[in-house]
Design a protein. Structure first.
Length: 208
């Protein structure tokens, strides 16, 4: 079987153009962790580390004695986050008020039993308090508007304005103020002006 790589087989989901478009996102299995607070803090960094530890344990499981049934080679998917506000009366510029669900897509062969096995293994090898809250479940976003944002995370509001204007012009309504970000660039190795982030939010057809 050909190696599964999100940049090849899932271009529509992970490599959109820099113009808004509408896409129907299918159910996707994720390892996810929920938290609150400033994403620039140590707690968020530890939560991300927990997700990657688990994801690489699944990826490298073919090297163990009990190779998962149906295992296939694949590239670990990028980090994603769904963002909201704890107190919705506050301005979104207050990063300490963020509520987030960060996640990494998992391969289709990962069953609930396998997830428990890998999670137990990671807890022993790489203890991290955030592993206690890690869950594996399928999420179904459905109809969404998305585009590729290039540049600083702080400049995302301008891209969201373009996306909302596109939706209005094409007969769609944004369902709520939560949104998804897919991080295609490592901020530790990529200059701010070259960071690539997929922005996405749920929409519905405007029946009016």
């Amino acid at each position: 079987m050909e190696k599964v790589e999100y940049k090849k087989q899932f271009k529509d989901l992970y490599l959109p153009k820099r113009q808004p478009s509408i896409i129907d996102v299918p159910a996707i299995p994720f390892a996810l962790i929920k938290g609150e607070g400033d994403p620039n803090g140590d707690e968020f960094t530890e939560a991300v580390a927990a997700l990657y530890s688990f994801s690489y344990a699944v990826k490298m499981s073919h090297k163990g004695k009990a190779v998962p049934e149906g295992y296939y080679d694949y590239a670990v998917f990028p980090l994603e986050g769904v963002w909201d506000l704890v107190d919705k009366t506050k301005d979104s510029t207050d990063k300490s008020n963020y509520a987030y669900t960060i996640m990494i897509r998992q391969p289709d062969f990962l069953t609930a039993d396998l997830a428990k096995r890998f999670l137990d293994e990671v807890k022993k090898k790489k203890p991290n308090p955030w592993l206690e809250g890690l869950q594996v479940e399928a999420l179904n976003e459905g109809l969404c508007c998305q585009m590729l944002h290039l540049g600083s995370y702080d400049d995302e509001p301008a891209s969201f304005e373009r996306m909302e204007a596109f939706c209005k012009d094409h007969g769609y309504l944004r369902i709520d103020k939560t949104h998804r970000e897919i991080y295609l660039s490592d901020p530790r190795r990529t200059s701010v002006d070259k960071r690539k982030t997929v922005l996405r939010f749920k929409v519905k057809k405007n029946r009016e």
